[in-house]
Design a protein around this ligand. Sequence first.
Ligand SMILES: Nc1ncnc2c1ncn2[C@@H]1O[C@H](COP(=O)(O)OP(=O)(O)OP(=O)(O)O)[C@@H](O)[C@H]1O
Length: 268
Amino acid sequence: MIDTQLEDKHKLSAKYLDVSYVNNKTETEVIALQNINLDIKEGEFICIVGPSGCGKTTFLNTVAGLIEPSRGTILLDDQKVNGPGKDRSMVFQNPSLLPWRTVIDNVLYGLELQKRVSYETKKKSQEYINMVGLKGYEHHYPHELSGGMQQRVNLARALTVDPSLLLLDEPLSALDAQTREFMQEELLRIWSETKKTSIFITHQIDEAVYLADRVFVFGARPGRVVDSIDINLPRPRKLSIKRDPAFLHLIDHIWSIIEKESTKQGFQ
Ligand SMILES: Nc1ncnc2c1ncn2[C@@H]1O[C@H](COP(=O)(O)OP(=O)(O)OP(=O)(O)O)[C@@H](O)[C@H]1O
C-alpha cells in the first residue's frame, strides 16, 4: 500500500505554467511557454524534444528557479519553486569547469559553495569520480581532459551535491558523434546507479528515446506540450537497441508528431 502511494507520488508538477519574456526597449512580449501542465514521477528519466525556440531551455530554467513564471506554478516535492535551490543541479552543454582547479577540486566546488565540505562529502565526491569513470584523473586539470571527460567531471560535480532533481540542457551536444553515443550509454549506467529524477533536453530524437522513460514533445509558437510518449523499452539498454524495430518505431512516431506540428506552424 505504502509502496504504491510512493510510486504514484509526483516528484515535480507544472501547473498552468506560462512564461513570457518582455523586451524593455520595444515593450513587446514573447510568450515562451503557454499553459504547461505535466507531472514527473520520482526516479523518472524525462527527455524533452521539440523545434528550436519551443521553450525547452525556458522550461528547464523555470524549474531551476532562474525564471519566474508569469502564471502558474512548479511544485518540487510538493513545495512551490520560488528560486534556485540546493535541491536542483544543472548540467549545461559546455562543462564550464574552473580551469585553475583540478578534477577533484572542480567536483568539490559545488559543495564548497554550499559550505558542505566534510570527510563524508569528500568521500562521496571520490565515489562519483569513480562512478563517472575518472578514477586516476583526480589531480588533472580541465585542459588535460577530452570533451567527454570534462562533461563527466561536470556530471560528477552535479551529482556530488546530492540534488533531488537533475536538470540537463543538451549536455552531450558539444561532443563528437562517437563520444556522444558512448556517453549516452555511460549516462544510463550512472543514472541506473543513482536513480536521480532527471529532465534532459535534446534535439536528437534517438538520444531521447534511448535515454528516457518518457519523452515530452514541445511545440512552438507558443511553447507547449504537444504529446507525451512512454518509452517502454527494456532496461538496461545497450546501444544496439537503436537497431531494434521497437526503437525505430518510436523514433518514427515522434518524428511524425514533430512533422505534423511543424506543418501546422508553417515551418515547411
Ligand atoms: N532572454 C530572452 N529574452 C527574450 N526572449 C527570449 C529570451 N530567451 C528566450 N527567448 C525566446 O523564448 C522562446 C523560447 O526560447 P528557448 O531558448 O527556451 O527555446 P529552446 O526550445 O530551448 O530553443 P533551442 O532548441 O534553440 O535551444 C524563443 O522564441 C526565444 O527567442
